[in-house]
Design a protein around this ligand. Structure first.
Ligand SMILES: [Zn+2]
Length: 330
């Protein structure tokens, strides 16, 4: 159980014991800073609870509950979070939850209600929830996650088993990053800056990858401006292997080009405004016609990347068109 979770041996021990002894509480409060893995842990616990295999072999990954949980279609796993675009969990959401859990469970087993960002519940919402915690329907297990347990009403806290997550060790964070293909000095930097928070480490890794790609696109455009098309092949090959075919990189490029264009419009030809390196390095070498034509080409590229076209070839074609613009400017 819980092999997928880094560290947290103490909590793993508590929860494994409760499942093996069939002494699961009816409410748990997972607390710890953002990125420590509260929701990840709660979901793992839900899988172990809802799986129908013998306790020692859960989650089996093969039963109906395991399969439907993985698909996100299991009816007895209900999640509540702040509605999109809002920062609070409102009383209407909790009332809807209570309505849903008043019915019998789908297969007569347990039902898990996961409330993430529990501190976002309004006081009214928390009070509405309280009743279900005071007089729990058999079979329902509440899991609440919160960064700051102080924002959860004491009356709710006292009815939950508190699980305080601890930061992962540098070794564990390092192993996680290695599994994701992040190595060398990049990995050391992230381990040092992650503060033991797996979520933060993963976000930093993705961010760093995006930055690396952005840098390469920038360097290639600079090479093109110097009439050197050689780096195009390498960049196109790399972007072609990206999950989105380099669509994000193309959208970023449009943003940068738009920024350069704005600088032309706003400041005319006098001086280059302080700001990003694109303006400083690219602008002296291009004119508004070039920027507008290059932007058009990248727009067309984003459209094509959305189809089934081979991304590497689309990137090559677009970058060579931009190179041709530069050659015509001679
Ligand atoms: Zn199972």
């Amino acid at each position: 159980m819980f092999e997928e979770i880094l560290g947290q041996d103490r909590i793993k021990g508590i929860l494994t014991g409760s499942i093996l002894k069939n002494q699961v509480s009816h409410a748990y409060l997972f607390t710890g800073p953002r990125g420590i893995g509260k929701t990840y842990f709660a979901r793992a616990f839900a899988r172990a609870l809802l799986c129908t295999a013998p306790a020692a072999r859960r989650p089996c990954g093969m039963c109906d509950a395991c399969i439907r949980l993985a698909e996100g279609t299991y009816p007895d796993f209900i999640t509540v979070a702040p509605a999109e675009g809002t920062r609070s969990i409102k009383i209407t959401q909790i009332r809807e939850l209570i309505r849903q859990i008043s019915a019998k469970t789908y297969d007569g087993n347990a039902r898990v209600c996961l409330i993430t960002h529990g501190e976002a519940m309004t006081v009214q919402a928390q009070n509405a929830l309280l009743k279900s915690l005071e007089e729990p329907e058999p079979g329902n297990v509440f899991m609440i996650t919160a960064e700051n347990s102080e924002k959860i009403l004491p009356t709710i806290r006292s009815r939950c088993q508190m699980l305080v997550l601890e930061p992962a060790s540098p070794e564990d964070i390092g192993r996680l990053l290695a599994l994701k293909g992040c190595d060398g000095s990049r990995r050391e930097t992230i381990v040092a800056q992650s503060g033991g928070l797996p979520g933060r480490a993963m976000a930093m890794m993705t961010h760093q990858e995006d930055e690396t790609i952005k840098n390469e696109v920038f360097e290639t455009i600079c090479a093109i401006l110097n009439h050197n098309g050689f780096p195009i092949f390498h960049l196109a090959e790399g972007l072609g292997k990206e999950k989105d075919g380099g669509l994000t990189a193309a959208e970023d490029l449009i943003l940068e080009l738009t920024g350069v264009m704005e600088a032309f419009v706003l400041s005319g030809d006098d001086g280059i405004p302080e700001g990003n390196r694109w303006l400083r390095k690219v602008r002296p070498q291009v004119d508004p016609h070039w920027v507008s034509a290059a932007t058009e080409i990248v727009f067309e590229l984003t459209r094509r990347l959305g189809t089934n076209a081979n991304p590497r070839m689309q990137w090559e074609a677009a970058l060579f068109k931009i190179l041709a613009l530069q050659e015509n400017n001679l």
